[in-house]
Design a protein around this ligand. Structure first.
Ligand code: GLU
Length: 464
């Protein structure tokens, strides 16, 4: 087998969305799996919609995902001379020709075809054929250049995802490959690029299936080896509708902002339309080792936010405490929360990670340890009853002298409730409310230990 060369070829008209990220991931993984080369190509010929910000967003997104390219980025706008050169060669060897049909003539042609219930298509009036006399080119019409598509036979390929696809050449008219102003058109540029870049496997979204027969014909006319194609089915949202902005976080960087880990997103994307037996949780390295085109599903993949959250929590739990704390710390710092004066953040994240599925949720949860605690009036009214105050006062006295470790604090709580004839929640709830301002927390003894003796005392005494 020839060395594998894949490419990711985004059009920089917006951020890197989930569908694009999956295409990039699969192309990258296939190259890595086979010790090949992964090329990044920016398809920026739509100048009205392409922006440098979008290029940057794509590069940032790929970097965040850890999808390093080996070659590029190549920009199509910087390859215009090359496309024009190839067009000249095609004109010279007869695989392309000038077409002087005006817009008005094309409109008239279309109206005629529609009236006859025919598929609108260019009728080949300027197409050179043996024995055919072409009209005299009008002086005032700048011509477009068309590809001389084969007239007969079929164009076929074995799509690595969708199986055998073929279409009669008679269905394809002669594609414009250069506009009247000389600029080459999209499908043509893709062909020249895939050829020049030696791409062996084109892995892309199935919105390009319709372009493939045209591209194969052009590649064949260029004398280029036709790559393998693998067209990935679309991704549906949680609700089964085509994934779109209204499904929320569709930009890859939005996942970063929302507190997802790269590992989780990669693992998640890998399973969006590809499988390895029943494996749901696997590392990037395993994915590269296992990835193949045979196990990409031909049907649409459905997004499942719950599963992504579950994976994210799984990877959060796997992180060494120091790393998890560092990630949470930077999120807290961005909110203006200073963690230096409070309890050990590593301990806090370890205590809370079991109940948090994103870094943001974890930051929300532990933030209370680094900010003044102000229990809401409702919380106070509900839990700080006169009946409980003597027990709280006893507990406060107790913590002034207790050994500062979870078992000792736990023993003190038990002692206090026994002495006052209370059930555990009667004391635990007000303690939570006063010490962290919320009643949903991990085990109360661990929370108190984390709060620290001085701060715990100060917070309790404020209300006694
Ligand atoms: N630029 C195209 C897109 O963003 C991809 C073209 C291709 O992969 O061939 O949809």
């Amino acid at each position: 087998m020839k060395p594998v060369r894949t490419r990711f070829a985004p059009s920089p008209t917006g951020y890197l969305h989930i569908g694009g990220a999956r295409t990039a991931l699969f192309s990258w993984a296939f190259a890595r799996r086979h010790g090949g080369t992964f090329v990044l190509r920016i398809e920026d010929t739509d100048v009205a919609r392409s922006t440098p910000e979008a290029v940057q967003a794509i590069i940032d997104g790929m970097q965040w995902l850890g999808l390093e390219h080996d070659e590029g980025p190549f920009y199509q706008m910087q390859r215009m001379d090359r496309y024009k050169e190839v067009i000249q060669e095609m004109l010279a060897n007869g695989s392309a020709y000038y077409c002087y049909t005006t817009r008005e003539e094309l409109d008239a042609l279309r109206a005629e075809q529609e009236a006859k219930k025919e598929k609108p298509r260019y009728d080949g009036r300027w197409r050179p054929e043996a024995g055919k006399t072409l009209p005299t080119p009008p002086a005032d019409v700048p011509p477009v250049i068309r590809f001389k598509n084969p007239k007969d036979g079929v164009v076929a390929w074995d799509d690595q995802v969708k199986g055998h696809i073929e279409i009669a050449n008679g269905e394809l008219d002669d594609l414009i490959i250069a506009r009247a102003d000389g600029t080459p058109t999209y499908n043509f540029c893709v062909c020249v690029d895939d050829w020049d870049m030696g791409i062996t496997h084109v892995i892309r979204g199935d919105d390009h299936v319709n372009n493939t027969p045209r591209q194969i014909n052009i590649l064949a006319a260029l004398g280029a080896e036709v790559p393998q194609y693998a067209h990935l089915s679309m991704i549906l949202g949680d609700d089964g509708a085509k994934l779109s902005k209204r499904h929320g976080a569709v930009s890859v960087m939005q996942y970063d902002e929302d507190g997802f880990l790269t590992e989780a997103v990669i693992n998640y994307l890998a399973r969006l339309g590809w499988s390895h037996g029943d494996d749901e949780v696997f590392s990037r390295e395993q994915f590269v080792e296992w990835f193949d085109l045979d196990h990409i599903t031909a049907s649409a993949a459905q997004f499942n936010t719950e599963k992504l959250l579950w994976l994210n929590q799984h990877y959060m739990k796997l992180l060494p405490a120091a790393e998890l704390a560092a990630k949470v710390q930077s999120r807290l710092a961005a909110r203006g929360v200073d963690t230096s004066a409070g309890p050990d953040l590593e301990k806090a994240v370890v205590l809370y990670v079991d109940r948090c599925n994103t870094l943001n949720v974890l930051a929300d949860a532990v933030e209370v340890f680094y900010k003044p605690v102000t229990p809401s009036p409702e919380l106070l009214a509900q839990h700080l009853t006169d009946e409980i105050k003597p027990a709280l006062a006893d507990f406060a006295t107790g913590i002034a002298g207790v050994a500062w470790e979870i078992p000792a604090i736990s023993a003190l709580i038990k002692e206090t409730i026994a002495k006052h004839g209370l059930k555990m929640p009667k004391l635990a709830m007000p303690l939570r409310a006063l010490l962290v301002g919320q009643t949903q927390t991990p085990s109360v003894d661990a929370v108190i230990e984390l709060v620290g003796r001085e701060r715990a005392l100060a917070n309790l005494q404020k209300y006694l």
